[in-house]
Design a binder for this molecule. Structure first.
Ligand code: AMP
Ligand code: GLY
Length: 417
């Protein structure tokens, strides 16, 4: 079967790495892909926001299955439009993708179906938001509704910070006039991934990431500076509790609303004293969590993703390598602020050894050279017998890459190590 992969980041490179070894695959295409993905797939320049163009490409290239990596095309309804055209695509519908696209939507489902999460209020009126804040006090969490690329959340430790965050949202800084105010939850954070076919749920794996730019989890938030899987704090009992109390009720809720959720559910959790609570859902695979998960996956990814679309997940199981996979994100200097694009990266063609993969996240080709083309550029990923072993292997590979204009955190995985 011919498969089209949508996206261009490290997550998509890792998905391509897993799809490329599928016995069901005839040919893999990627739109737009990146130079790393280009080693595994034919890169095509079809515009992903132009759904008619994607459909026409699928028809002319006999695409039997489309895998959508990022959230934007899901929220834009690409999967719905492909389905209407008779093309199977992995990922939720536009309606169901609101689990990620709208924090208010998700919070309302949690409230209605008794899914454990922080207490909250949802406001389109600034004065009412401020009144709620006054009543509950700090610490408190202020969120802009809508997709704000992780930048719309303020964990306010005092009232001034909270008032400021509310003012920014209602000044339209995040392109939304809606604000969610949440109870501050305390505990370790972890991510839990599951596939759903609308009815059945198959638990995948757990991971933890590092959001802050600096060692010791300091400095501004980023899209993620590194990750590892499994998350040691997610014991089998906590995984079972998450599945039964959070993920399955969410899938049942969407089914009862007439919009069965098909795709991957990425639950961001806080392990509070009262058990795991949901921070947020993503309607797609994690980035860079996918990079570590695909290193551990023993079974065929394409078979699993197709079962999510076909409604046959009840017949599926999934096996993972017991080892830890850990990824270090190499960034262009300046990230998460402004970065200079175009610096040369050398040494990527060498052999990094067994169980090491260097996934491309933000690279481009400049003639024959690989150059940096964004903030988060490479995901250096390794499997090891222990978290420490995986960490050592990943950093040994980082140190073999010749790219003076880069930096990375030096402590990825410290919690697990
Ligand atoms: P989100 O974009 O909703 O995942 O939030 C980004 C980060 O803010 C999370 O990873 C948490 O570290 C933090 N956060 C979000 N909601 C809460 C909450 N209710 N209590 C404590 N921390 C939170
Ligand atoms: N690693 C965070 C995310 O994928 O949203």
């Amino acid at each position: 079967m011919n498969v089209l992969l949508i996206g261009s980041g490290g997550r998509e490179h890792a998905l391509a790495f897993a799809l490329a070894r599928s016995p069901l695959l005839t040919k893999l295409y990627a739109a737009p892909g990146n130079p790393g993905i280009g080693k595994l797939a034919e890169l095509v320049s079809v515009k992903v926001t132009d759904h008619a163009a994607v459909i026409s490409f699928c028809k002319s290239h006999d695409i039997g299955f489309v895998v959508v990596g990022p959230e934007a095309p899901l929220v834009a309804g690409l999967v719905d439009d492909l389905a209407v055209a008779g093309i199977k695509a992995f990922g939720p519908s536009k309606f169901s993708a609101q689990l990620e696209g709208s924090k208010g939507f998700t919070k309302d489902i949690c409230a209605k179906f008794g899914i454990p999460t922080a207490a909250y209020g949802r406001f389109t009126d600034e004065a009412k938001a401020l009144a709620y804040l006054k009543k509950h006090g700090a610490p408190i969490v202020i969120k802009a509704d809508g997709l704000a690329a992780g930048k719309g959340v303020t964990v306010a430790m005092n009232m001034a910070e909270a008032e400021n965050a509310i003012a920014e949202i209602f000044a339209g800084r995040f392109g939304t006039g809606e604000c969610v105010i949440e109870e501050f939850m305390e505990g370790e954070e972890a991510s839990f991934f599951a596939l759903s076919d609308g009815v059945n749920v198959l638990a995948l794996a757990t991971a933890q990431d590092h959001k802050r730019v600096g060692d010791g989890d300091t400095g501004p938030n980023t899209g993620g500076m590194g990750a590892y899987s499994p998350a040691p704090c997610m014991t089998p009992a906590l995984c079972a509790e998450t599945l039964e109390k959070i993920v399955k009720p969410t899938v049942a809720a969407l089914a009862s609303m007439g919009h069965p959720y098909k795709g991957v559910l990425y639950a961001g959790l806080i392990l509070t004293r009262d058990g795991p609570k949901l921070i947020e859902y993503n309607a797609r695979f994690g980035d860079p969590e996918t990079q570590v998960m695909m290193m551990r996956l023993k079974d065929d990814l394409l078979t699993l993703l197709m079962a999510s679309v076909d409604g046959t997940l009840d017949k599926m199981s999934v096996r993972w390598r017991d080892e830890t996979a850990l990824t270090v994100v190499m960034c262009a200097k300046g990230y998460p602020g402004d970065v200079v694009k175009g610096s040369h990266i050398n040494g990527l063609a060498q052999e990094f050894g067994k169980d090491v993969e260097v996934f491309h996240a933000g690279t481009a080709l400049d003639g024959e050279f690989i150059v940096a083309n964004g903030g988060r550029v490479l995901n250096v990923t390794a499997l090891g017998k222990t978290p420490r072993d995986a960490q050592m292997k990943a950093y040994a590979a980082v140190d073999k890459i010749d790219w003076p204009e880069s930096f990375c955190r030096r402590d990825i995985g410290w919690r697990a190590v």
